[in-house]
Design a protein around this ligand. Structure first.
Ligand SMILES: Nc1ncnc2c1ncn2[C@@H]1O[C@H](COP(=O)(O)OP(=O)(O)OC[C@H]2O[C@@H]([n+]3cccc(C(=O)O)c3)[C@H](O)[C@@H]2O)[C@@H](O)[C@H]1O
Ligand SMILES: Nc1ncnc2c1ncn2[C@@H]1O[C@H](COP(=O)(O)OP(=O)(O)OP(=O)(O)O)[C@@H](O)[C@H]1O
Ligand SMILES: [Mg+2]
Length: 249
């Protein structure tokens, strides 16, 4: 495991150097993926790394798991509450679309959730440029394959060090790095709404996704769910499409 950690750490150092940047930052949620990245950037850039706590509808001091992560990783950090920014922006969208008679209540929870992820992304870039740090993403292989992330939200980052790691491998690396049991064993959640659970929302378990990514056969129902998630999210793994170059006849 030390070699695998070293491989990613060296890669992070090379990429940051190549970009002419000074270091790296990550949004720390209190979940396992960002905890692993927090430890990795601390190793790669001991004096030029930052954890950013971005609570929405919560106080920084109430993000106890995220605070424990940065403290245990000895990672410098800053907390920025985005509750007002979120409520003002989503409130203005709602008010204006309602006045226009076009407000769609149907998927408003999901739209609000995606706005939260994108406000976090915008904040991370603004903080990153302050320090000349790159923004490090936390997407793992399972999230990438299923498209379980917000396009240009938590998916809007400069580097993705965990992208080839299954959830089980992230867990193993977390234990190795010294991430606390509370974080390692916590049920994966985007925490974009009360009671949200990755596995319930996706309709498939990380164990089944990991098994598929290991090349094993999974049951037909899981395979169908997975195939559907993967196909529907293909656009998130591509650069935006454009028409073919127009040629005058
Ligand atoms: N074929 C296509 N070609 C080009 N663009 C296409 C498209 N289909 C949709 N789109 C665009 O993509 C948008 C939909 O994608 P997107 O905005 O990502 O939204 P969507 O995939 O609907 O939702 C994001 C999912 O990721 C989950 N999530 C988000 C953030 C963090 C985490 C976490 O684990 O922490 C999880 C969230 O709970 C939700 O299930 C559409 O509104 C449209 O603009
Ligand atoms: N409150 C928050 N403060 C800062 N960053 C956040 C916050 N919530 C989410 N993020 C960012 O969004 C990323 C995506 O969330 P995601 O839930 O997939 O990862 P995680 O919370 O680290 O792990 P898990 O998937 O096990 O919950 C996080 O890793 C983190 O970088
Ligand atoms: Mg989470």
């Amino acid at each position: 495991m030390e070699k695998r950690v070293g491989h990613i750490v060296k890669w992070l150092q090379d990429k940051v150097k190549e970009a002419g940047a000074k270091g790296a930052l990550v949004g720390v949620s209190g979940g396992i993926d960002s905890a692993v990245v927090a430890y990795l950037i601390k190793r790669a850039f001991p004096n030029n790394s930052l954890g950013v706590l971005l609570p929405i509808n919560k106080r920084v001091e109430d993000q106890s798991d995220a605070l424990a992560v940065v403290e245990n990783a000895r990672l410098d950090y800053v907390g920025i509450e985005l509750t007002d920014a979120y409520q003002t922006t989503f409130g203005a969208i709602q008010e204006n679309l309602k006045n226009k008679g076009d407000w769609n209540e149907g998927n408003s929870q999901l739209r609000g959730a995606n706005l939260q992820a994108r406000l976090r992304m915008s904040t991370l870039y603004a903080v990153g440029q302050n320090y000349d740090y790159l923004v490090i993403g936390t997407d793992n292989a399972a999230e990438d394959y299923t498209g379980y992330f917000t396009k240009y939200g938590d998916g809007g980052v400069d580097l993705v060090p965990l992208i080839h790691m299954r959830k089980e491998e992230v867990r193993e690396m977390a234990k190795y790095l010294g991430v606390t049991d509370t974080v390692v064993t916590k049920k994966p959640s985007a925490e974009l709404w009360e009671g949200q659970s990755d596995e319930e929302e996706m309709g498939i378990s990380y164990n089944a996704i990991d098994a598929y990514l290991r090349g094993e056969t999974i049951n037909a129902k899981d395979e169908k769910v997975l195939k559907n998630l993967h196909e529907r999210s293909e656009h998130k793994r591509q650069v935006p499409d454009g028409p073919a170059q127009f040629e005058e006849e």
